[in-house]
Write a protein that binds this ligand. Structure first.
Ligand code: FES
Ligand code: FES
Length: 156
């Protein structure tokens, strides 16, 4: 039995402790927002927070999340609406097939919570573990700049 606080709520699942946190979330807790694209830590589509640290959920054992705090893409948004990062991705055209988007939004939210005014180099470095096959990354950079400006309250 694994018990974790997921998005502010204690959840339990009878899962083999050697399965991944990603499997716990998707297959046992019904949280399908974190995507499974490579299952080997290469693509970042499964990015979540574990005790506030950004991790690839496919590389973390379900047992490692026992009695710990997990936050997923489902925790983001404001009421029924989008939060500034999600909104910026849509507005900048950074969402195409969308498979990479949850992981990128989590990674960008993490970055901007630590540094709301990152340089482009820092953004590229911070997102180097998140692969996107569709956008060519330029629109993702645009989305990060837009989200950062909104979070800082800059006049646009
Ligand atoms: S599915 Fe976890 S890094 Fe690709
Ligand atoms: S939008 Fe398709 S992989 Fe990124």
């Amino acid at each position: 039995m694994v018990r974790s606080n997921v998005n502010g709520e204690w959840r339990e699942a009878d899962v083999w402790p050697g399965s991944s946190l990603l499997s716990l979330l998707r297959d046992h807790l019904g949280l399908a927002g974190s995507k499974n694209a490579c299952e080997q830590g290469e693509c970042g589509s499964c990015s979540v927070w574990l005790d506030g640290e950004l991790v690839c959920a496919c590389l973390v054992l379900a047992a490692q999340a026992h009695e710990r705090d997990v936050r997923t893409i489902e925790s983001l948004g404001i009421g029924d609406g989008l939060d500034p990062v999600q909104e910026a991705f849509v507005e900048a055209g950074a969402v195409q097939c969308g498979f990479c988007t949850p992981g990128l939004v989590v990674a960008v939210s993490h970055l901007l919570s630590e540094n709301p005014a990152p340089s482009d180099d820092l953004v590229r470095e911070a997102l180097s573990g998140n692969l996107c096959r569709c956008t060519g990354y330029q629109k993702i950079l645009d989305a990060v700049r837009l989200a950062g400006a909104r979070i800082r309250g800059d006049q646009l």
